[in-house]
Design a protein around this ligand. Structure first.
Ligand SMILES: [Zn+2]
Length: 371
């Protein structure tokens, strides 16, 4: 009988999120559409609503211990603190248990069909989001002299007087905060916002990064509270694609040194401080984009099969990632390291390093504390 080397692995990969949640006896989850929201099943993590699993897409994430999350097999690893093979063994039993190859094949096909459906739906949504982002970008007002510029100045990122056009920034005075909750798009808030254009690796517009600001207190973000549930939501949101992209504060002109922080504020702080004269300053939007996938949790080793992560343009021969001291140190360091290694793999003559802002403070806070 023809058999794969360890058929349990193929079979384990076809386990659905529902099966895994059930077998793990994850309790306390609330069903909202396809989402199951509740405490994180990793021992010691817990909480109330930090964990969510999508039973249709077969993905989960935990805001605290793993914002990127993973598939059902990764959930078994998280919940039981075991490795990949340990998770397979727990799901499928000891090696040598006979599994009907026809059943494995049937499950594999069913999963393939489900994946194709999910991917088609995701592609439709991406296109919808990109068009929405473009519409918002076109409707937005100039940044210079706006409350958005005052917000950044309030964060000690005063860009006026710098020799750049900051064409990546715009401003909207009355911008709705729309969130997809349980498959319905709801407006939770409306107010002034800093709109930043995200440019893909090819330099083309790929989406927007939105920061809702408190117009009464320069330097403060808006407080976004769901009027129905009282839940707080982050004042920043990306619409469209950020993958492989960046917010190019100093414009698209290519320089040999590229300085990249995660957020606009951190990157802007380094720019205002003129940390590296003549360098480009781009914001990487999130650490996951700067890092790409890793081989193993917090390994710092890039998974080179991830082709959508950020890579510096070919003209860059020195890449500097700014480490925010206020993020969790170990995962942050691993992500930055993985990203730099990925970039060096693509360009072996690239020099790359991490600039630290100091323990427990990000570069931006550091500057604020000086006065
Ligand atoms: Zn967790």
């Amino acid at each position: 009988m023809a058999r794969t080397p360890d058929p349990r692995i193929e079979r384990a990969k076809t386990r659905t999120m529902l099966e895994v949640l059930d077998k793990l006896k994850v309790s306390g989850l609330t069903a909202i559409g396809d989402e199951r929201v509740g405490p994180c099943p990793r021992p010691g993590c817990g909480g109330r609503d930090r964990f969510s699993a999508n039973v249709r897409k077969g993905v989960w994430r935990c805001r605290i211990c793993d914002p990127k999350g993973g598939d059902p097999l990764a959930l078994v690893q998280l919940a039981l603190g075991t490795d990949f093979l340990g998770a397979v063994e727990w799901l499928e039993g000891e090696r040598g248990v006979e599994i009907d190859p026809q059943e494995v094949e049937r499950r594999r096909r069913a999963k393939e069909r489900a994946d194709a459906r999910t991917e088609a739906q995701a592609a439709r949504y991406r296109e919808f989001a990109r068009r929405q982002a473009e519409k918002i970008w076109r409707s937005a007002l100039p940044f210079s002299g706006s409350p958005a510029a005052a917000y950044l100045a309030g964060r000690h990122v005063d860009l006026s007087g710098l020799p750049y056009s900051f064409a990546c920034f715009r401003y909207l005075p009355v911008h709705p905060y729309i969130k997809k909750i349980a498959d319905a798009r709801r407006e939770l808030y409306r107010g002034p916002a800093l709109i930043a254009a995200i440019q893909g690796p090819d330099g083309r517009f790929s989406g927007i990064h939105q920061t809702w600001i408190n117009p009464d207190v320069p330097g403060k973000k808006a407080e976004i509270v769901d009027p129905n549930t009282g839940d707080n939501h982050p004042a920043k949101m990306v619409l469209g694609s950020k993958k492989g992209g960046a917010i190019r504060l100093t414009g698209t002109a290519c320089t040999s040194v590229l300085v990249m922080g995660e957020g606009i504020e951190t990157t802007g702080t380094a720019l205002v401080a003129d940390a590296v004269a003549g360098a480009s300053y781009w914001a990487g939007i999130d650490l996951g984009n700067m890092s790409g996938k890793q081989l193993g949790r917090n390994s710092g080793v890039p998974d080179l099969s991830d082709l959508r992560a950020f890579l510096p343009p070919a003209c860059v021969d020195h890449l500097i990632y700014i480490e925010d001291g206020d993020s969790a140190p170990k995962p942050t360091r691993a992500k930055l390291t993985a990203g730099l290694r990925r970039a060096m793999n693509a360009n072996p003559s690239l020099r790359a390093h991490i600039a630290r802002a100091g323990d427990g403070v990000d570069l931006n806070d550091l500057l604020k504390d000086q006065d």
